[in-house]
Design a protein around this ligand. Structure first.
Ligand code: SF4
Length: 346
């Protein structure tokens, strides 16, 4: 397993200049607030999905001070639909720490950035290399794929020892000079190769800038890398959603408890069984509900089978925690994507 670091970094940098992505809204800036926001939004989420959210979020929270001072509900509302809501809660907590502990300026090294909520080693390195030219290695899922293939690294990444070894290789391949110019370009180049060329299936080896250095390509089996044996165990859960409506069109929403699915978001009341939902309704309403076609919402670890039940309730009705929200109010709240889609559809 060998790869000439200078040759590798040089190829990645040159290719990025002419073939990489250079016009995304979070590029061509060294503002750590903007870079950090894009890196968090792009975790587990495609570029196309992030574009609209990024612009809207920046309009609402133009700087870290504004984000830190905003109520968490407002942040969740802006995040609504992007999924993985712990990212939004961490984003808010991180902004507050940047203001309170760092005087409103993001730390400039990956080591210190990692101490902030929601910033892992790879995200920290992306921020510090993009904004401050630090010689720090990223290793997100796409980059792991590129590097394991280039290096022919066939060790099982389910083992933390092997993953640490790959981190060492990633550091050894970093550019060694002109870091202010080269580090952002190299980091972006690796991301771009992973996202647009070295795809999980049918990688574009013929157009890849590091093909001549790539072990997996020479072996003729790029898809054999990376090796990771531990499979995610998927589960399934059924939930019943009470779509309680008042005669004036208002809908009853409750804030979801933390921790748990959709923590901190506004949601239709959720029940673990149909019987539990029925028990929450007044006796005369129970026999007068409407069952809506169930639908499945896919989370990372499980499929949620959602069963909405509609009921008309008097405006004075209350299901404990929560409140009635009119048709002009609920669209502005932070709602789970499937609940928002359901409410919009009905
Ligand atoms: Fe990936 Fe092929 Fe490039 Fe190797 S040559 S890094 S397998 S696209």
């Amino acid at each position: 397993m060998s790869c000439d670091p200078a040759g590798f970094a040089g190829r990645v940098i040159r290719w990025q200049r002419t073939h990489g992505r250079n016009t995304l809204p979070w590029q061509n800036t060294r503002d750590p607030y903007r870079v950090w926001l894009s890196e968090i939004m792009l975790q587990q989420t495609q570029v196309a999905a992030v574009l609209g959210y990024y612009e809207r979020f920046l309009t609402r929270f133009p700087d870290v001070q504004g984000l830190a001072a905003a109520p968490l509900d407002d942040v969740l509302a802006q995040w609504s639909g992007l999924g993985y809501y712990s990212r939004a809660r961490n984003l808010h907590a991180c902004a507050q720490q940047v203001v309170q502990l760092h005087g409103g300026a993001f730390p400039q090294t990956a080591l210190v950035l990692q101490t902030l909520p929601g910033i892992g080693p790879s995200t920290a390195a992306a921020i510090s290399s993009f904004c401050f030219g630090e010689r720090a290695a990223i290793l997100d899922g796409n980059v792991k794929r590129v590097l394991t293939r280039v290096l022919g690294f066939g060790e099982d990444l389910a083992s933390s020892t092997n993953e640490k070894q790959l981190w060492c290789h990633a550091r050894a391949l970093l550019p060694a000079r002109e870091l202010q110019e080269n580090m952002p370009r190299y980091t972006q180049g690796l991301m771009d190769i992973g996202a647009t060329v070295c795809l999980p299936r049918n990688p574009g080896c013929l157009i890849c800038p590091v093909q001549t250095q790539c072990t997996a390509c020479a072996e003729g089996r790029p898809e054999a890398y990376p090796v990771k044996t531990r499979k995610l165990k998927r589960g399934a859960e059924s939930l019943w959603l009470l779509h309680a409506r008042a005669e004036n069109g208002a809908v009853w929403l409750q804030k979801r408890p933390t921790p748990g699915v959709w923590a901190g978001l506004y949601c239709l009341p959720v029940f673990a069984s149909r019987a539990a939902l029925d028990a929450a309704l007044p006796q005369p309403v129970r026999g007068n509900v409407r069952e809506v076609e169930p639908f499945v919402h896919v989370l990372t670890h499980k499929d949620l089978h959602l069963h909405p039940i509609q009921a008309m309730l008097p405006a004075g009705w209350s299901a404990g925690e929560g409140a009635w929200f009119g048709a002009r109010e609920w669209p502005g709240l932070g709602l789970p994507a499937p609940v928002r889609r359901f409410l919009e559809a009905v």
